[in-house]
Design a protein around this ligand. Structure first.
Ligand SMILES: O=P(O)(O)OC[C@H]1O[C@H](O[C@H]2O[C@H](CO)[C@@H](O)[C@H](O)[C@H]2O)[C@H](O)[C@@H](O)[C@@H]1O
Length: 362
């Protein structure tokens, strides 16, 4: 059976299931933004904190959302996979879409190239993953787009031939060594939020102080933004943590709050995100208004949705969400976990080598 047929069969099955079962509502990035905005604008004190904690809970994908979790999960998953099929099973279609176009690769870091771990300082990527990314970058312009501080992510990835967009795209740097695809943008550096540096530093220090007595809380300075991790905080203390973060944020109206995987992220209110970084990099590579390019963006987080949305709006490129559970997303395809990302990258390299006269892909 071909992949296409596979999808068709799944589609029919899942439609049947969907009719007979209630559909779980997943919590989308838009829902989260709306919820935060509404609470900020209309509520005060305790109610506002409750809303924060609700958002923190809702962002936890391990939660069961039904009285009949097994059935609902099956329904959700099979219907979701029809609309967001595996980028591995659809590999042939993906490379077919690149015919006559230049693939440009965009890769998120945490949860995409490295598995999610409790300690953010130990989110190392494997040697095999590094080799896969290095090989991809030999054939295609490649950028790491991350919420992390740029230097920190470089210390994990350790590859010099790539573009790095740290702090959710607010700190962009071109490859440090010469590479064949660069078009005169050696030393490229773009920092649209540089004026916020002293403020972010101040907020980081205040947050460290305010959260030091909350067991498991960790504050990370990502240069142009700050992360407050609650992965290791007892759920009973989430309200206290949210209250402390709010008390600091209240003093900085030019900063806003977003949320990632068990992390509160504080960043400047400027109109810049991973999607804008993607557009900036395409322009830097000479593909601003070009039809000759196929951007592929792989990411696992809410912040990656900004980039998926840009691809959707451009009607160009391929968004791939890394997730084991169904989520509302602007991505077209899915991969379950970093090991599948590695497989996808390897396939891409094998296909490219084959198309240049090498051995056929495995
Ligand atoms: O854009 P990304 O590269 O996905 O960065 C987003 C955040 O990633 C990191 O936190 C996440 O990964 C940690 C390590 O696996 C995990 O402990 C944490 O719970 C996750 O949220 C990073 O530490 C954050 O600063 C980034 O904002």
């Amino acid at each position: 059976m071909t992949n296409q047929q596979n999808v068709a069969v799944l589609d029919v099955k899942s439609r049947g299931l969907r009719r007979s079962l209630p559909v779980a509502k997943s919590f989308s990035p838009t829902d989260f933004k709306m919820l935060l905005k509404k609470r900020f604008e209309t509520e005060k004190g305790g109610a506002r904190i409750n809303a924060w904690v609700d958002s923190m809970r809702a962002s936890s994908p391990t939660r069961v959302r039904s009285t009949d979790p097994t059935m609902l999960e099956t329904d959700d998953k099979s219907s979701w996979i029809v609309h967001h099929p595996s980028a591995l099973s659809m590999f042939e279609q993906i490379v077919a879409a690149s015919k006559g176009k230049r693939i440009v690769m965009f890769l998120d870091y945490d949860g995409t190239l490295s598995p999610i771990v409790e300690n953010p300082d130990q989110a190392f990527m494997s040697g095999e993953m590094r080799a896969a990314v290095r090989d991809v970058a030999r054939y295609f312009p490649t950028a790491i787009v991350t919420g992390r501080c740029r230097d920190k992510v470089y210390s994990f990835v350790k590859l010099s031939g790539l573009y790095y967009a740290g702090s959710h795209g607010m700190d962009i740097k071109g490859p440090s060594k010469s590479c064949k695809y660069k078009k005169g943008n050696h030393g490229l550096l773009f920092q649209p939020a540089s004026e916020f540096l002293p403020m972010i530093d101040e907020v980081y220090k205040a947050l460290v102080e305010k959260t030091k007595s909350i067991g498991g809380a960790k504050v990370e300075n990502n240069k142009f933004c700050v992360s407050v991790h609650f992965r290791c905080v007892d759920e009973k203390s989430w309200a206290v943590l949210a209250e402390q973060v709010r008390s600091v944020l209240n003093q900085y109206p030019k900063l806003k709050l977003t949320q990632g995987r068990k992390v509160l992220e504080i960043r400047p209110t400027i109109k810049w995100d991973k999607g804008r970084a993607l557009e900036f990099l395409l322009e830097a590579l000479g593909y601003a208004n070009s039809n000759d390019v196929l951007p592929i963006y792989i990411g696992d987080d809410r912040t990656d949705e900004d980039a998926f949305k840009v691809l959707l709006d451009r009607g160009q490129g391929i968004g791939i969400l890394v997730s084991k559970t169904p989520k509302e997303t602007n991505a077209s395809y899915s991969l379950q976990e970093p090991s599948e990302v590695k497989e996808f990258l390897r396939l891409l390299v094998a296909w490219k080598r084959y198309s240049q006269g090498g051995a056929p892909p495995p």
